[in-house]
Design a protein around this ligand. Structure first.
Ligand code: NIG
Ligand code: FE
Length: 421
């Protein structure tokens, strides 16, 4: 394996117990051993033997190096768009009104069912490239716009294939219980039977890494959620939940009872829900893009989550209906401005805690033995990543160089170039 040494950089390790905020190391050195990180620390402490053993040396031009960003909640693969619904909402209709009238998720289901794998892949690839330009190296992609075996399979296959054609790790989540498809109108329990059957089939094909449900009055009930989760756990799959987005259904407690990796949205989360999440170690995934785009006014209870020590992640929720957004860095900014996270909490939310929300222990922090999965930034301080919300000037000068390990990354690896200053 090639040992490569990086110097002339500062590193935000995002290690939880680090002495300095962000785990920041000024004048740092990193040694990469193929796809793994062999050593990270102050340059002055780099063992001379290890420095001599490095075959390749890079100077990073003063760049900040962070863990590659993790977008842990997206609905990246879908057909069509919902700009007409956006107009409807500006004429006074609510998100829930539109859903009840057969629009909303159902309209994206119609467009997704009509789209070929090639069309789905092309549009998802455009969105994915935007995420990659923001330093994302791992993305979760949910199904949930097919709502029948073949189109759900098509979307999950497209999601898996994106990992082979782009420098990114993809984790797939089966969200068959996202909405009631029209052919099951008035028969939601029958549809849950169908979801359970789809799950078994798609899991047997290796297409499912986790299982999610939209537990909401316009989605599925807690009892229906529990049925899907019982099956998922029997198959050995971890679960996650779209919980307490529009109302408090007690979804967080329910999901925590199944050891959920995460509960996502959480504007209506109760103190009991937060306590249950803390006890189960479930991550709170905050989605400021959906909050902003639906013009919600009730902020997730950040202080309650802090008091209970619940890890908070931040994600785009990229989807056509509630968060047509492909910038994770913009979500960092919105997590701070709208939800009052600190920039350090926000950055932990797209690194360490986002990896935790996907059950991934090999990334999200920079430490010896973990993946060499990094992003390099042309900034002086990590807070800048959350501070700026228009980055045109930095995009023009090429802000991010990605050193990313893992299957997809290696296949599509581009030569790494130090930043110019
Ligand atoms: O995460 N809440 C449910 N699912 C998506 C929205 C889906 C849609 O409107 O198309 C969400 O907000
Ligand atoms: Fe979502």
């Amino acid at each position: 394996m090639t040992l490569s040494l990086w110097t002339h950089c500062q590193v935000a390790t995002m290690q939880p117990q680090a002495a300095l905020p962000y785990g920041l190391i000024q004048d740092a050195a990193l040694v990469l051993d193929g796809p793994l990180l062999r050593w990270v620390g102050p340059r002055s402490e780099l063992p001379p033997d290890l420095a001599r053993a490095c075959d390749v040396r890079h100077e990073a031009g003063g760049a900040l190096i962070t863990p590659g960003l993790v977008d842990c909640h997206t609905h990246l693969v879908y057909g069509g768009d919902r700009s007409a619904e956006f107009e409807q909402r500006l004429h006074g209709a609510s998100y829930e009104d539109i859903a009840r009238q057969g629009g909303g998720i159902a309209s994206t289901v119609r467009a997704t069912r009509q789209a070929s794998a090639e069309q789905l892949s092309a549009s998802a690839s455009t969105r994915l490239r935007a995420l990659l330009a923001d330093g994302v190296t791992t993305v979760e992609i949910k199904s949930g716009y097919g709502l029948a075996l073949e189109p759900e399979r098509r979307c999950l296959e497209v999601a898996r294939a994106l990992e082979r054609s782009h420098p990114v790790s993809v984790r797939t989540t089966f969200l068959g219980a996202h909405a009631l498809p029209p052919e099951f109108a008035g028969r939601s329990d029958d549809y849950i039977d169908a979801v359970v059957a789809m799950l078994a089939e798609l899991h047997s094909q290796g297409l499912v890494d986790a299982v999610d449900v939209f537990c909401e009055r316009i989605g599925f009930s807690p009892a229906q959620t529990a049925r899907v989760f019982t099956d998922a756990r029997a198959l050995g799959l971890p679960v996650k939940l779209h919980a307490e987005q529009l109302s408090d259904s007690g979804g967080a407690q329910l999901a925590a009872g199944f050891g959920a990796l995460s509960c996502d949205h959480l504007e209506w989360l109760s103190a009991e829900g937060a306590a249950a999440m803390a006890a189960a170690g479930s991550v709170a995934v905050l989605l400021p893009g959906a909050f902003y785009f639906l013009r919600e006014t009730r902020v997730p209870p950040i202080d309650v989550l802090r008091q209970h020590g619940v890890a908070m992640a931040v994600s785009t929720d990229c989807n056509p209906g509630s968060s047509p957004c492909t910038s994770l860095l913009l979500m960092l900014n919105m997590a701070c401005t709208l939800f009052r996270l600190t920039p350090e909490e926000a950055l932990a939310g797209v690194t360490r805690h986002a990896a935790q929300a996907l059950g991934l222990q090999d990334r999200g922090v920079l430490a010896a033995g973990l993946r060499a999965d990094l992003a390099m930034w042309d900034v002086q301080h990590p807070a800048e990543l959350a501070y700026a919300f228009i980055r045109g000037h930095r995009l023009a000068s090429g802000p991010v160089v990605r050193l990313c390990a893992g299957a997809g990354c290696q296949r599509a690896a581009a030569p790494v170039q130090p930043l110019r200053h």
